[in-house]
Design a protein around this ligand. Structure first.
Ligand SMILES: Nc1ncnc2c1ncn2[C@@H]1O[C@H](COP(=O)(O)OP(=O)(O)O)[C@@H](O)[C@H]1O
Ligand SMILES: [Mg+2]
Length: 222
């Protein structure tokens, strides 16, 4: 599904710096891939290239055999909305909106009618165990609940790939474990999971572990 060929990332300012050395990475349908490595190694950069949030400075990115590199910003936004779901370290919810309205933001497809939209959102909230707080404002939720809403928002359109960048970093042990269990459901339901993590439990549950050290990418062999 995802084929990265010779993708790398370098910046010119404030001084020329190589952040990611050219690398190949293939990720298949339904796989779970953990991206691990020290802070500042280039993990987020790699994940944001996979997520088409950032263009690589070199190399090519194909998705289902179709070139992603070189598309316009508008086309990239469309590509992300069609295929990808994101979970960030901070939940980035719209505080004044309800949990359900926040989940609905993840539902790109404008062709769905209102009742189907509502159903899909409630189903996604149910998957994360929050169906009963659908009408509560985001501002009134606990940290763990906010995170689960963010996951429901990423899952609601049943994306081909879920990309999570350090999803448990800001959470206590128990909440972090609950979040990992939810993310483990992603590949079980046939979507691909790419998770950047310091958490050994997250790395253990993944099919593959990709390690980034000083911008060099390698894969751990089991
Ligand atoms: N656009 C950019 N411009 C300059 N430096 C960057 C840019 N993006 C990332 N970096 C630097 O590249 C390194 C790797 O960043 P990042 O991918 O966020 O690492 P990680 O997620 O592994 O902590 C860091 O030193 C960061 O400051
Ligand atoms: Mg990072």
């Amino acid at each position: 599904m995802i084929e990265l060929r010779g993708i790398g990332f370098a910046v010119a300012t404030p001084r020329p710096t190589r952040i990611l050395w050219p690398t190949d990475l293939d990720i298949g349908d339904g796989e779970s891939v953990a991206i691990v490595g020290p802070s500042g190694a280039g993990k987020t950069t790699l994940a944001s290239i996979v997520g088409a949030l950032q263009a690589p400075s070199e190399g090519t990115y194909r998705f289902d055999g179709v070139e992603v590199t070189g598309r316009s910003l508008r086309e990239l936004a469309r590509f992300r909305s069609d295929h990808l779901g994101f979970v960030f370290q901070n939940s980035h919810l719209v505080e004044e909106r309800t949990a359900q309205a926040n989940v609905e933001l993840g539902l790109g497809d404008p062709s769905l009618g209102p009742s189907e939209r509502g159903e899909r959102c409630l189903e996604a909230l149910g998957r994360v165990g929050l169906a009963d707080i659908a009408t509560r404002r985001a501002a009134d939720l606990s940290g763990g609940e906010r995170h689960r809403v963010a996951i429901a928002r990423a899952l609601v359109k049943q994306p081909r790939v879920v990309i999570a960048d350090e999803p448990t970093a800001a959470l206590d042990q128990a909440t972090g474990r609950a979040i990992l269990e939810l993310l483990a459901e992603v590949p079980r339901r046939g979507s691909t999971l790419v998770v950047v993590t310091h958490d050994v439990r997250a790395a253990e549950m993944a099919d593959r572990v990709v390690r980034v050290v000083d911008g060099s990418v390698s894969e751990d062999r089991a």
